[in-house]
Write a protein that binds this ligand. Structure first.
Ligand code: SAM
Length: 445
């Protein structure tokens, strides 16, 4: 039996922020997650859900307000699920991101030196940073609209603009919607089941001013040529247009095999610190161009490379890490996903599918895994290759901490640098430096 039940009203002191941006308080040792409450605040909260090990609540009244509470800058912030921390001072949020990393490690790792966790690398101007939007489209009251989903729900919230998206992404989205109205190409209407465009994906390259558009449809149709012609006439920077299929209008994304190029090139080019990247619509590319440059530079500098070293880029994607480091090392092994294209310019790069293809001692392994953390193959790589250093780029402090619990049996934790890749959200990116313990070096030799 829990100490609270649904609809109970209780006073709570918020101790810290959770990984989804909620305030966390304790009531008779039960953790309660309170949406929109900030660390340091005292609130009267209404319990909305009770689970075995936690409860959820919403703020009924703020009794003591945090000095760091600010007015959100977006009119749909309360409804939209895109941002979670617009009501919190930006620099205070950078401190919270460091704290989120610390609390995640505390859960999994018994003893470590907390001073290894550095301050969060933030943005000078944290607006308009997203270089890509993938937004649902609906026909509402006779008009096409793009929008977002409400927090924790599939309710469509129409928007006209988004202050965290690149400004040209907003402008292109608005042009497409206007042309959809003009040419009677309609967003899906779940009530009438009419219309067929379920979402729009717009990606821009900020350095080279190119743009890519993907129409996601739930029915095989052809987007009229006159719509495409007018779109590229208004926006000559759009050099790549795809159509892709997804039968479930509530799900983001699409089946990569269903995509068809309907105009221009397969890729757009972005440049980070002098390195060009060709990106297809379904390929991973960091969403925040300014922070991506800092992220890769940081990974490189933490590795402290020299021309004698042999390194491994284990989750390479379009190979940003390899491009940043290949000129500073003797040889680089790159593990690619089957769909990723190979860059022929890196003459000391060896593309491999399996670890058994590595014929050298590896000095440094770069991991830049997905949110789910390292795969079994990565742990196998560590136990077989025993690299002297690991540079682990993570976008999820929970899976990072879980992985570190295992890695720290043989490696020493030297440094963690959180980085704000997604301002005004609770997401935390970080880079961790680990070094092989002396005792394990002996075993290898
Ligand atoms: C966070 S992204 C990083 C990609 C790249 N390092 C970058 O910075 O753009 C993770 C990448 O890991 C790839 N990936 C996921 N699971 C993988 C696996 N089992 N083997 C190889 N690559 C994988 C994904 O395709 C994706 O490109």
């Amino acid at each position: 039996m829990q100490s609270v039940k649904i609809n109970d009203k209780i006073n709570l002191k918020i101790k810290r922020m959770g990984i989804n941006g909620e305030g966390i308080a304790y009531h008779e040792k039960l953790a309660i997650f309170i949406e929109n409450a900030l660390p340091g605040e005292e609130v009267e909260a209404i319990i909305t859900q009770v689970y075995d090990n936690r409860a959820q609540a919403k703020v009924y009244k703020i009794i003591k307000e945090s000095d760091q509470r600010i007015d959100p800058f977006c009119v749909v912030y309360e409804d939209c699920g895109g941002c979670q921390t617009q009501h919190f001072d930006y620099s205070a949020m950078l401190d919270q991101k460091k704290d989120i990393v610390t609390k995640s490690l505390d859960r999994y790792i018994k003893k470590y030196d907390k001073s290894v966790i550095q301050s969060t690398i933030g943005m000078e101007n944290p607006l308009h940073y997203r270089n890509k939007a993938a937004l649902p489209v609906r026909k509402l009251y006779g008009k096409n609209r793009f929008g977002m989903y409400a927090r924790n729900s599939s309710t469509f919230i129409p928007i006209d603009d988004c202050l965290i998206q690149n400004e040209n992404v907003n402008i292109i989205l608005k042009t497409i919607i206007k042309l959809m109205d003009r040419y009677d190409v309609n967003g899906y209407d779940p009530k009438t089941k009419e219309g067929f465009i379920t979402s729009l994906i717009v990606r821009v390259s900020e350095k080279l001013d190119e743009a890519q558009v993907t129409f996601v449809i739930n029915n095989k149709i052809d987007i009229p040529n006159k719509l495409i012609d007018e779109l590229i006439d208004i926006h000559p920077e759009i050099i790549s247009i795809y159509e892709a299929y997804n039968s479930d209008y509530q799900k983001q994304g699409f089946n990569p095999d269903s995509k068809t190029l309907i105009y221009g090139k397969e890729t757009i080019t972005e440049n980070l610190n002098g390195h060009d990247f060709e990106v297809k619509t379904d390929e991973f590319f960091q969403l925040n161009t300014i922070q991506a440059e800092k992220f890769y530079q940081q990974m490189k500098s933490m590795a402290n490379l020299n021309k004698e070293m042999i390194v491994l880029d284990a989750y390479s994607g379009v190979s940003p890490i390899s491009k940043y480091v290949y000129e500073n090392v003797r040889k680089i092994y790159i593990i690619k996903d089957e769909h990723d294209s190979i860059d022929v310019n890196m003459t000391n790069a060896y593309y491999i599918n399996k670890l058994s293809e590595i014929a050298d001692n590896i000095d440094v392994v770069f991991f830049d895994a997905s949110r789910t953390g390292l795969t079994e193959a990565s742990f196998l790589a560590l136990s077989q290759l025993k690299p002297k250093k690991i540079i682990y780029g993570s976008c999820n402090p929970s899976t990072l901490a879980k992985d570190l619990e295992k890695i720290l049996q043989t490696y020493e934790l030297k440094e963690i640098k959180p980085l704000d890749m997604f301002p005004y959200t609770s997401l935390v990116e970080s880079i961790t430096l680990l070094e092989l313990k002396e005792t394990n070096k002996d075993i290898k030799n």
